[in-house]
Write a protein of this length. Structure first.
Length: 66
């Protein structure tokens, strides 16, 4: 299972990635809503997204709507 982790706080992304990798998940990282949309286009096989709401460029809610 491939999971996209999106948060503007890089430490949170890294911490979640460590825990999820330990559970054998494949991780894709993004640090704002705009980059999240780019990653979704680049990796059409993403199964789940963990998405922060308050981020620069595009909020999580804006990215979710798109």
């Amino acid at each position: 299972m491939k999971i996209l982790v999106v948060d503007d706080d890089r430490e949170i992304v890294e911490l979640l990635s460590i825990y999820l990798r330990n559970e054998k998940f494949e991780i894709v990282k993004a640090y704002d809503g705009k980059q999240a949309l780019e990653k979704i286009q680049a990796y059409p096989d993403i199964d789940m997204v963990i998405l922060d709401i308050m981020m620069p460029k595009k909020t999580g809610l804006e990215a979710l709507r798109e």
